[in-house]
Design a protein around this ligand. Structure first.
Ligand code: SF4
Ligand code: FES
Length: 284
């Protein structure tokens, strides 16, 4: 089996078991390394206060073994060689951890793969001759900085308002002093998987940040360390979310479908319970 076919098989086996057989065959069809000739339509905007537009580029000979960001690297090398401005896009880890790389790819946040960030998307998911439309997150709370780069500091301000626990520093505590039941630990870790990418906001017709905020609130509300600030946290984070002009949640579920960390809508239900309890029964 060629190396790329082996890699694709591994890729498939590590995925959610709900991924369909059709997708497996689609992957295998494209598993043999090949070169793609692509038409890219990329949002170009020189600055936040200047108008932007989709610009078309022809990009030939892109290996199906490349990642999506490597494909953009190739485009930028060609643009620089021609004396043109490279396309600005955010990235850091390129390992699906940092949450900086998100863009809309053919109208889907992070592209066609489920549970996958843009940096983990591979060009084998595309076909020769494809046209790929690449746009930045579009949300009032995420103003465009340049091209595909948006300012997601609204998320940082939500975290600063309450997404933390206050602890006494000093020696590391004995781990067995604070016991956490396994199922609670699993729920907390599931919520903590949020990488703050903003795909939930970009996918939501209301540009709601409820999935992001609910992940942070659920994570800390589940654990003993989060109890002291539990009421204050949820009230402050929701107030900051509203002040940052994120929209309301209307339960369409696009956020969950787009989330590369597979954060579940059940966290939004928990956020609502936490908020009602804090608003009605706490002194905060
Ligand atoms: S909830 Fe998911 S989509 Fe939203 S910021 Fe967190 S990881 Fe990204
Ligand atoms: S570059 Fe870090 S998640 Fe994609």
């Amino acid at each position: 089996m060629p190396r790329s076919a082996f890699a694709a098989t591994n890729d498939f086996l590590s995925r959610d078991p709900l991924v369909g057989r059709a997708e497996f065959h689609d992957i295998m069809d494209h598993a043999i390394s090949a070169n793609l000739n692509l038409t890219l339509k990329i949002w170009r905007q020189p600055a936040s206060n200047q108008p932007g537009a989709l610009k078309t580029y022809q990009l030939d000979g892109i290996s199906t073994d490349m990642s999506f960001l490597e494909m953009l690297d190739v485009l930028n090398e060609q643009l620089i060689a021609k004396g043109e401005e490279p396309v600005a896009f955010d990235h850091d880890c390129r390992e699906g951890i940092c949450g900086t790389c998100g863009v809309m790819i053919n109208g889907q946040a992070h592209g066609p793969d489920t549970g996958t960030t843009t940096c983990q998307l591979h060009m084998r998911r595309f076909k020769d001759g494809d046209t790929i439309v690449i746009e930045p997150w579009l949300a009032r709370a995420f103003p465009i900085v340049r091209d595909l780069v948006v300012d997601r500091s609204a998320f940082d301000r939500i975290i600063q308002s309450g997404g933390y626990v206050s602890v006494n520093t000093g020696n590391a505590p004995e781990a067995n002093n604070t016991l956490v039941p396994h199922h609670i630990q699993q729920d907390a870790m599931g919520a903590a998987a949020c990488i703050g990418c903003g795909a939930c906001v970009a996918s939501c017709k209301n540009a709601s940040a409820m999935l992001f905020v609910s992940a942070k609130v659920s994570h800390l509300a589940s654990l003993p360390q989060g109890q002291a600030e539990r009421s204050k946290r949820v009230l402050k984070m929701v107030a900051t979310m509203d002040a940052e002009h994120f929209g309301n949640c209307t339960n369409t579920g696009e956020c969950e479908a787009a989330c590369p960390a597979k954060i579940q809508l059940t966290n939004i239900a928990q956020l609502n319970r936490e908020y009602i309890k804090a608003a009605l029964f706490s002194n905060e």
